[in-house]
Design a protein around this ligand. Structure first.
Ligand code: ZN
Length: 259
């Protein structure tokens, strides 16, 4: 019975909150890395985006007015990660907060010696544990086109959210039955170690060196690459690609090859 109610609710939302065609096409046009998706994937992405926008509030901060196009662009990019998973990966928090530019989080933390530190560095995005995803709109807009930016802020922050489903962000999201946690950890640790060594050697890198910051950032940055330039991830870290394909239940390289 609960399944029937769930389906009924879902159908109702899909009808009552549908994204109008012109708005949908305008948002898709802003995200050229999705050109390789099949028609079926795009249709499912549209349904998921409607359900995402029904479930989450997208709120402007510091006077920023969130336009309908901005809402849809953010929803599509958030939903790309869970296209073959479930929106339940984003359960337990309410909103996406959008700033008119970089923001200073101002949060404080205590180190082992009991000294309180304050983070006053401006940030483009942040995923808070059990809290909102915070985004700077100019940075979302600038990173919508992967070819131009070589990064994708929304995918990055939502990868952190998925990582946090199983506790603190540590680069190991909750894996599916049949996947091996030791295999995941081994693969990610080997790739991370290699990547950090390359950053250390000042190598010219095609992947954002920010990935060397921590295993959590490595997972988030490589998730961006997985969705937006999957052939790069296969070239650089094929074992990571295989693990990601199993976890996200997508094979973006096959998609790119088919088009
Ligand atoms: Zn991050």
């Amino acid at each position: 019975m609960f399944e029937t109610i769930r389906r009924w609710r879902r159908e109702r939302v899909l009808k009552s909150a549908a994204i109008p065609d012109p708005l949908w096409h305008e948002a898709l046009a802003a995200l050229p890395f999705l050109d390789s998706c099949t028609d079926d994937e795009i249709a499912r992405l549209r349904d998921l985006s409607v359900l995402f926008l029904d479930a989450k509030s997208i709120i402007g901060a510091q006077g920023h007015e969130v336009t309908p196009l901005q809402r849809v662009v953010i929803a599509i990019e958030a939903c790309v990660l869970v296209l073959n998973l479930d929106l339940a990966y984003y359960a337990g928090w309410e909103s996406v907060v959008v700033y008119p530019g970089e923001f200073v989080p101002g949060w404080e933390w205590e180190d082992d010696a009991g000294v309180v530190h304050r983070n006053d560095l401006p940030m483009a995005g942040e995923a808070m544990h059990h809290g909102p995803v915070v985004l700077s709109w100019p940075d979302v807009a600038a990173s919508a086109d992967w070819e131009a930016a070589g990064m994708n802020l929304v995918i990055h922050e939502f990868a952190h959210k998925i990582d946090m489903v199983s506790g603190d962000a540590n680069g190991c999201p909750p894996l599916h039955a049949g996947m091996s946690v030791p295999a995941w950890r081994r693969t990610m640790a080997a790739a991370y170690e290699d990547f950090c060594a390359r950053v250390e050697r000042d190598e010219a890198l095609a992947i954002d060196p920010y990935a060397a910051e921590s295993p959590a950032e490595f997972f988030a940055v490589l998730s961006e690459v997985f969705f937006a330039e999957p052939t790069l991830l296969v070239d650089e870290y094929p074992d990571v690609y295989t693990q990601f394909a199993q976890f996200y239940r997508q094979d973006p390289v096959a998609r790119v090859a088919q088009r």
